[in-house]
Design a protein around this ligand. Structure first.
Ligand code: SAM
Length: 325
């Protein structure tokens, strides 16, 4: 068991090295947002979610606290056992409201949180059964689809998939469509997807959410350099890079970059020396914003039937309910 764990860790580390080198040797340079979430990244993201400027969490929290009853009605309208699979569960601070609602109904279901962060999964497996006694929690640590496949083979119950927190927004539109089509292929007719989209709104409000005045989002992005230094034996100087977010109201793409503040070389392990030009950008993350029409079209294009929508009080955010057709 321990040997399996060590082997899995070695494979994960070499994949991390490979992905970082691929991104930094490409032109333009990029990093994969899924690597943000080491222990420090998890904590920084939890801080971001509490920021006034980061309206996304409050908006979706408003939906979950006030409308979980109605969402649970939809899930349980077919009165059969099910598995609730959450993709990128994080600390489940929002989904816990739905879990409470479903637990109160004494229905037979298991909660399967999927997350790439091992720390998050063990935290959920430890805390959730204490908060909601009797809740069956099956944590799945790894990448979305690999773990979804594992989750779907664990039982033949119908599936309800949660994909919240605008995680879909961390893909560009084409990637999001591919993602939803692949997800559709792992599911069966009648299964339900509950998916969160951040809506297009005042561009100034969107930009402020990714450029907070406390510098937490900047620290979150720069933390990936700290992680690379530690885990891949690199020598990034954090003060030589700066967080730069940018929102394009036409396409709805809000993109974050780290800008190299000078011409510099960075060593990564024994493997590589990476050259950065002065003011060269490293693309870090996208947070794509959608219109209601974009969302409806995506459901249809990817093999789902658009079912219901739940909005927060300001109409900043929507949790859409799609059914597999
Ligand atoms: C932005 S947080 C959102 C958390 C939660 N869904 C919420 O709404 O509060 C994204 C979460 O997805 C996880 N994640 C990101 N990429 C992933 C991937 N490719 N596979 C599995 N989990 C991933 C991260 O570890 C993180 O906990």
């Amino acid at each position: 068991m321990i040997n399996n764990k060590i082997a899995a860790q070695i494979i994960a580390e070499s994949q991390f090295m490979q992905d970082i080198l691929t991104g930094l040797q490409a032109s333009p340079k990029f990093m994969q947002a899924k690597y943000f979430y080491d222990r420090a990244g998890d904590l920084l993201f939890q801080k971001i979610m509490k920021l006034e400027e980061y309206y996304v969490t409050n908006a979706e929290m408003d939906i979950l606290t006030k409308q979980s009853g109605k969402i649970a009605d939809l899930i349980t309208s077919e009165n059969t056992p099910f598995d609730l699979i959450e993709l990128g569960a994080g600390d489940a601070t929002k989904s816990i409201h739905l879990l409470k609602e479903l637990s109160n109904r004494k229905l037979e279901f298991s909660y399967m949180p999927i997350d790439i962060s091992a720390g998050i999964i063990s935290q959920l497996e430890d805390h959730l059964p204490k908060t909601l006694p009797g809740l069956s929690v099956i944590g799945l640590n790894g990448d979305y689809f690999e773990m979804l496949e594992k989750g779907t083979t664990l039982s033949s119950r119908r599936k309800v998939v949660l994909f919240m927190g605008a995680n879909i927004g961390n893909m560009d539109v084409a990637e999001a469509e591919d993602f939803c089509s692949t997800l559709r292929a792992s599911l069966t007719k009648g299964d339900i997807l509950i998916i969160g989209f951040d809506l297009k709104k005042d561009p100034k409000q969107i930009l402020a959410a990714y450029n907070d005045s406390h510098g937490i989002t900047a620290a979150f992005n720069l933390n990936l350099l700290t992680r690379i230094n530690r885990e891949l034996n690199a020598d990034f100087k954090l003060e030589a890079f700066e967080h730069y977010p940018f929102y394009d109201p036409e396409s709805g793409a809000c993109k974050s970059y780290l800008i190299s503040l000078k011409s510099q070389e960075v060593r990564i392990g024994e493997e590589a020396l990476i050259h950065f030009e002065a003011y060269e950008p490293v693309y870090m993350e996208i947070s794509q914003k959608y219109s209601l029409q974009d969302i409806e079209e995506m459901a249809i294009a990817t093999g789902f039937q658009f079912n219901q929508r739940f909005f927060d009080e300001h109409n900043y955010f929507v949790d859409a309910i799609w059914t597999v057709v």
